[in-house]
Design a protein around this ligand. Sequence first.
Ligand SMILES: [Zn+2]
Length: 416
Amino acid sequence: MAISGENLRIDGDRLWDSLMDMAKIGPGVAGGNNRQTLTDEDAEGRALFKSWCDDAGLSMGVDTMGTMFMTREGTDPDALPVYVGSHLDTQPTGGKYDGVLGVLGALEAVRSMNDLGIRTKHPIVVVNWANEEGARFAPAMLASGVFAGVHSQDYAYGRKDLEGKTYGAELERIGWKGDEEVGARKMHAYYELHIEQGPILEAEGKDIGVVTHCQGLWWLEFTLTGREAHTGSTPMEMRVNAGLAMARILETVQEVAMAALPGAVGGVGQMQFSPNSRNVLPGTVVFTVDIRSPDQAKLDGMRAEIETRAAAICDEIGVGCAVEAVGHFDPVTFDPELVGNVRKAAEELGYSHMNLISGAGHDACWAAKVAPATMVMCPCVKGISHNEAEEISKDWATAGAEVLFRAVLETAEIVE
Ligand SMILES: [Zn+2]
């Protein structure tokens, strides 16, 4: 069957209706969603998604981490599947689109293939990764991390929420512990559509982000030890001020990140003064530096320079300085061929596009460890995400899903 490019369109209204239907489950308090992983609401969302997949003729597999794999058969029994998905779980005060667009956009691609009578050589598997958000059970991207061999399943099962309930027990409780061994599936390729969660596409007036990399990061926890002292009666030359050292290190982080531009960011979002009293110089200051870059050498260089300069600052003031790396991801370079398919699809469809580096972590970053992978991004209003005010337009969602659809078909190979 010859399928002209013009006819390769998805149904944007149907996609939007599905997004709105899913958003009715686990409504938030301010127009968004609270459908945290392994809650009753998560189970309800999974059931709705499954019913849609059943209607589309997909068959389900679930692994022992609770990730759902919904398969549309291909024509070649020896061809590995093309995986397409994201996550249906949300932050406690999350939006309607973060993750959900990627899962339902993948479902819409499959629905459109059904409508158009398209058969593909490779099977297509729509994926709903469990616990992407990590809000209830840290860390984020937990199930895809186990899939990619980054974490063990035992570690994941033992993760606890604030009430002390474990991932393993809650997965059993909601009835979504499958029987498939995690990571046993082999992927031909992996695509993920996601909202940008940043302001660049909207500001640049582009429809599509062609995602070439995921940033790597270091989280460095600094513990500075000075001497508690009265702020009024301690002469300046006798102070061992851990707060002053922190301020200078913050300035250093800014300088190091600015010097590493383009393609680097750095900042401090968390700090604790002890005793945190307005008339006591702090004895201890703990703060976390977050530095990110898609370039491994640059990222590690920033870390080294910050640590060296921080040590010198602390020496000069007489403050003790201990640094612990409390978080790390290596940068990810997405597969050039798949990235090219996304760019080509955007061009053929007449959507404006630009290259993007993902500033946040995504399941695709772990999938890239085991298969060629990439992402498609669409704009979100003012870059607001992880927030109930998260908003996108139907046109943006349609463009993103349409590009996803075309790129996936390129890799899955239409059988004429
Ligand atoms: Zn997400």
